[in-house]
Design a protein around this ligand. Structure first.
Ligand code: ADP
Ligand code: MG
Length: 309
């Protein structure tokens, strides 16, 4: 039976500008193309922290210039990011598969995820979005009522609430497409966060971490591997400190011990290790591999990156 992989590519690895994103989509497609040629079924989830911030800033500029335009909710910004990032990935994957002589449909699915309005995450915005700011710019943003945070030693950014995804609304459509042989891009930006109000699903002002959405999809689709592709080759403890040490393998209890000690920063490495440990724990034979695009194939063979199993 074909191996089923849910791959998650970081919004930060997709670059900061449109041309950078096209290049990154091409690199992502080359790596995934190799896996698909080897017989793997792929669902690709992408992040969009930086991109949602840019879209939100552009939409805020529009709302300031023209009172006809209300402020775009974060949920709408995520929908927009799913569209234009999905387009680049779908386009690049299509080209890459043709180059390899593989005839396989590629499809991007707008995806909503249900969140709990009572999720405690709403009281503690801890997901960084948008471009990096100087401390002065961050203070100014804070004065305008937007919380800010320091992002893993890289600079200041706007902070938003990041609740857990409870349910992928379009799950059955994703499953049908995957079973039918399509390569599916879904759950982009962690999915569009919605809350159920009667029969309606209402957009919520939050950004779900795509690592948790990818893990939820991997569980629901009965994948064997959750492949988290990010900006570093693996997970380290004491990251950025003189005693930093890269981890090649973590058992679930070891990962849980590190998490309970607060070893990994929220909004960057913590969600990856938490999502990976939860997935690895959910059934036997499931593992999570955290690495960058350059090491993906080696890491899947257990020869690079960090495996949680
Ligand atoms: P993505 O966009 O892929 O989700 P994030 O920026 O959210 O990426 O998280 C990955 C980043 O977390 C890495 O690029 C690195 O800068 C940072 N990081 C923080 N702590 C660690 C750690 N312990 N080990 C490795 N990377 C870490
Ligand atoms: Mg992230």
């Amino acid at each position: 039976m074909a191996r089923r992989i849910v791959a998650a590519i970081g919004g930060n690895a997709l670059g900061e500008t449109l041309p950078e994103q096209r290049r990154a989509a091409g690199e992502t497609a080359r790596v995934l193309g190799g896996l698909i040629q080897g017989g793997d079924q792929i669902v690709l989830v992408h992040g969009s922290g930086p991109q949602i911030g840019l879209i939100s800033a552009a939409m805020t500029g529009l709302a300031r210039r023209d009172p006809e335009h209300p402020m775009a909710p974060l949920s709408v910004c995520t929908a927009m990011a799913q569209g234009y990032i999905g387009y680049d990935l779908q386009n690049a994957l299509g080209e890459e598969l043709l180059r390899r002589g593989i005839r396989r449909p590629v499809v991007t699915l707008l995806t909503q995820v249900e969140v709990d309005p009572a999720d405690p995450a709403f009281d503690h915005p801890d997901k960084p979005i948008g471009p990096f700011l100087t401390e002065a710019e961050a203070r100014e943003m804070e004065c305008r009522g937007n919380p800010v945070m320091e992002d893993a030693g890289r600079g200041w950014r706007r902070a938003v609430a990041s609740p857990q995804p409870k349910r992928v609304v379009e799950l059955e459509s994703i499953r049908t497409l995957l079973d039918g042989g399509s390569v599916v891009v879904a759950g982009g930006g962690g999915g569009i966060p919605v809350a159920a109000v009667g029969n309606a699903l209402k957009g919520v002002g939050a950004v779900v971490d795509k690592d948790f959405t990818a893990a939820l999809l991997a569980r629901e689709l009965n994948a064997q591997v959750l492949l988290i592709l990010t900006g570093v080759a693996g997970v380290a403890i004491h990251y950025g400190k003189p005693n930093q040490r890269w981890l090649t393998h973590m058992t679930v209890p070891v990962a849980e011990t590190y998490l309970s000690r607060g070893e990994f920063p929220p909004g960057s490495m913590r969600p990856k290790v938490a999502a990976g440990a939860a997935f690895a724990k959910s059934a036997s034979g499931r593992r999570c591999v955290i690495t960058d695009l350059a090491h993906a194939e080696e890491a899947l063979r257990g020869q690079a990156g960090t495996t949680i199993a």
